[in-house]
Ligand binder design. Structure first.
Ligand SMILES: O=P(O)(O)OC[C@H]1O[C@H](O)[C@H](O)[C@@H](O)[C@@H]1O
Length: 282
């Protein structure tokens, strides 16, 4: 029988745990950030740095940070990288259990102070479905009387065992921008990692795989015109917050996104749902 419990981390962060016949999962109310998902009998599907000490106010270095309402650096100096949703307290809306599959829904309450960054009347929710797979949807509804444009990502960190042995598959035919250069055509289906990698793909199919020494992680995307593939490699690892120097050996991010020219514009009343679904290939 699935059990849903709420607890508080010693540093003050509230989280919800799901334990069912199908999986274990944990989600922090700060950022609505899932930091653990372990399908029953299988290895963890999300990676978190052991350097992160779970301080309130900082997004956690791992799991699935929600990047919203912009991805990356904002052109306005001093605005937070990847938007403000990942550092803010979300509200738990509902829990549902059906055949051991648990669905938790969250909303980000927009505050008066947020109008500086986001002067729009929109509703943003995160729906998390914990079964044998993990499905996460970021939902935007434009309640305003003018069109609203946003960029976004579900910034998933995956445990890949050994970056030197990782093969990311399913990239042929897409194009990518890297370090502000490109677009480059991706001519091979496989991506290997030999240096810092920070690519924004578009024109990708809706499924990629991460072939690791411990199995294949399947990453599906829906209503996601872009995907970000990131490994910081040696030098950037040393500059990253809450990240060990050698963490780059064990993680990669493959993010369901809508960024750059794939920004989402919602007409008044329009709704958009960005989804990612992850699992171990059986
Ligand atoms: O350190 P953060 O703000 O969490 O960003 C971590 C990373 O996020 C994305 O993957 C970007 O493409 C990278 O350029 C960035 O370094």
């Amino acid at each position: 029988m699935a059990v849903i419990t709420t607890s508080v981390h010693p540093n003050g962060l509230e989280y919800i745990e799901v334990t069912s016949e199908l999986c274990y999962a944990r989600i922090l109310l700060q950022g609505a950030q899932i930091d653990s998902f372990i399908p029953k009998g299988q290895a963890p599907l999300l990676w978190v740095s052991s350097a992160d000490d779970y301080q309130p106010g900082n997004g956690i270095r791992g799991g699935i940070p929600v990047c919203w309402p912009w991805f990356g650096q904002h052109p306005n100096p001093g605005w937070p990288q990847h938007g403000f949703a990942r550092n803010r307290q979300w509200r738990h809306l509902s829990s549902e259990i059906q055949d051991e599959v648990v669905t938790l829904k969250f909303v980000l309450p927009l505050l008066e102070a947020d109008r500086r960054f986001w002067p729009h009347n929109t509703r943003v929710e995160l729906h998390c479905r914990f079964g044998q797979q993990l499905r996460v949807s970021l939902i935007n509804i434009n309640l305003d009387n003018h069109p609203v444009t946003l960029t976004q990502a579900l910034h998933s960190y995956f445990p890949i065992g050994d970056i030197h042995q990782l093969v990311a598959r399913g990239f042929k035919g897409a194009h990518y921008i890297e370090f502000g250069n490109g677009p480059y055509a991706q001519t091979t289906d496989d991506v290997h990692f030999v240096q810092e990698t920070d690519r924004v793909y578009n024109g990708l199919g809706d499924e990629q795989q991460l072939q690791t020494p411990h199995g294949v992680i399947v990453v599906k995307r829906a209503h996601s015109q872009s995907a970000v593939l990131w490994n910081p490699w040696i030098e950037k690892s040393q500059r990253l917050s809450r990240f060990n120097d050698d963490d780059y050996l064990q993680m990669v991010c493959l993010e369901a996104a809508n960024v750059r020219e794939d920004a989402v514009t919602l007409a008044p009343g329009e709704r958009h749902e960005l989804t990612t679904e992850i699992s171990w290939q059986i």
